[in-house]
Design a protein around this ligand. Sequence first.
Ligand SMILES: Cc1ncc(COP(=O)(O)O)c(C=O)c1O
Length: 437
Amino acid sequence: MAQALTNTLEHHWLPFTANRQFKEEPRLVSKAEGMYYWNHKGERVIDACSGLFCCAAGHGRKEIAEAVQKQLMEMDYATSFQLGHPSSFELAYRIAAMMPGDINRVFFANSGSEAVDTAMKIALAYFCAKGEGQRVRFVSRERAYHGANFGGTALSGLVKNREVYGTGLPGVVHMRHTDLPDHEFVKGQPETGAEMADDLLRFVQLYGGGTIAACVVEPAAGSTGWLVPPKGYLDRLREICDEHGILLIFDEVICGFGRTGKAFAAQTFDVVPDMIAMAKALTNGAQPMSAVAIREEIYDTIVDQAPENAIELFHGYTSSAHPAACAAGIAAQDIYEKDKLFERGEEMSPYFMDAVMDLRDIPIVENIRAQGMMAGIDLASAEQPGARGFDAQIKLFNAGLHLKATGDCALVAPALIAEKSHIDEISGVLREVLSAY
Ligand SMILES: Cc1ncc(COP(=O)(O)O)c(C=O)c1O
């Protein structure tokens, strides 16, 4: 007989969470506005992480809520399989207009993980359509995070995210990461390390460049602690990809929508990839949604090769281009444009980076990396790797600050609406809590 359910915290298995600890000492938030959350006791918590790098325009944007409500009242759901609705075309147009080069076709999904898997499938479909079906390998990078589905897990380079999930996909290999010992307390792009891109050549030489479909990288690696690309590194990757006919895919799930300074990291670092995966701030976090933006030539190659009246790409999700998500996406883009939020973030970035770098004198702070409106603060490890980061995240929350710890690194990424006073508050709580170790 089924056990009687009780209305406790037990039934929700939280993702990427120490569930036993959480359920003993829950951290619940029940209200959000601007730069703040409020916990269930009614105490204010400054959001130093835009939720999870999602809420670039701050919390509680009424324009987005109203747009979603209006859409749901008019039409709650429509499939995008052999059918369309106006707002998906408008959002695709808006995204295409922000893209560099001839990246102007947009495929919608629901999460960053799905966007990454979609980009992988498009790469494979493209080479099949081109008659280069032997290109089935992917090169990603150590310490990368590309999501939790099997494609993204295979590409990822974080051991905890991989070790109990089997062998990954065949044909996925990893370049060395770019976190070099001389990159200490660097603001912006490190001067050294461009040659790390030549690690891609190792796989070209081992397998043959003609067997590699794509090189997939986060332009700045977020979940591992914000590894900003060395100057010239992404340019060199682009060069090698061009020499060997390999697609370059940027996973901008965190970087996209102003985080690095410009709209997309492709623009901040001035390198045009062949596809860009995006999610998180696409809807300001108000609805789950992701997208892959694709060069026109890739779309044309796949679509033109299929017979008339036939589906060209056998891929998609029930909620691809969900009307409510499209409404949220359009409303978020309106805010970003109207409030010039990307420019605002870029202007605030020097103040933010200085404030974070000022924490370097705290004894447990081992290194800090900062670019745009994001920073990674490495904390000295305790007995177990990750234990210090976990403990710090909880202490910071109890002191009224939310951020994301990843291993022993504290990730700080305030909304692009942050005022100097918010940044001062964030660095003040960080100093108080981290100095107490
Ligand atoms: C670079 C990158 N790719 C993919 C993902 C996965 O996104 P999601 O959690 O929405 O599936 C993330 C999530 O943080 C990410 O940072």
